[in-house]
Design a protein. Structure first.
Length: 165
């Protein structure tokens, strides 16, 4: 591809690019459900800034452009919740999503003591489900998103990595 995408912790300066990228990436998800009120599309820039300041947020960069992002936080029960994974549509399919997930998982364990990881994805989001299962997540249940979208809940224990690429 002749491009090197780097993964690093997000800084305050990245918030605006993350905000715009998220808006772009989740349009297809919204279309899938006919619901344009899903959280990543209605989240404010200030809210993204707060997450960058307080949560484990990672970005993928191509030069100066933020082309991917993910965030995670440790919840009460020691499980880390990972969400809003997105990769620019033109760069999907190159393993960037998996790299972002790995970076977030490592940081959540090393910096925040996470024992397991949990994530939610819409029940029709086949490409996301495929990625999560490939990196070792298993379905543990279902939930109703605040926006009404039926969600699939996936989890994996910290330190378990899928052996097959």
């Amino acid at each position: 591809m002749g491009m090197s995408v780097t993964i690093s912790a997000a800084t305050e300066q990245d918030a605006e690019q993350i905000f715009r990228l998220q808006y772009l990436c989740f349009q297809s998800e919204a279309a899938l459900y006919g619901n344009y009120r899903i959280d990543p599309l209605v989240q404010t820039l200030d809210s993204v800034r707060e997450e960058v300041a307080g949560d484990c947020v990672f970005v993928a960069r191509l030069g100066d452009e933020v082309v991917g992002s993910v965030r995670g936080r440790v919840t009460e029960d020691g499980a880390a919740s990972i969400g809003k994974l997105c990769v620019h549509p033109r760069l999907q399919g190159h393993g960037i999503g998996a790299r972002l997930l790995r970076a977030a998982e490592s940081a959540l364990v090393e910096e925040r003591g996470a024992k397991r990881f949990r994530l939610h994805t819409g029940h029709r989001s086949e490409s996301s489900l495929r990625l999560y299962r490939r990196v070792g997540y298993e379905t543990v249940g279902t939930a109703q998103g605040a926006d009404g979208v039926p969600m699939i809940v996936l989890e994996k224990a910290a330190g378990t990595y899928a052996t097959t690429a």
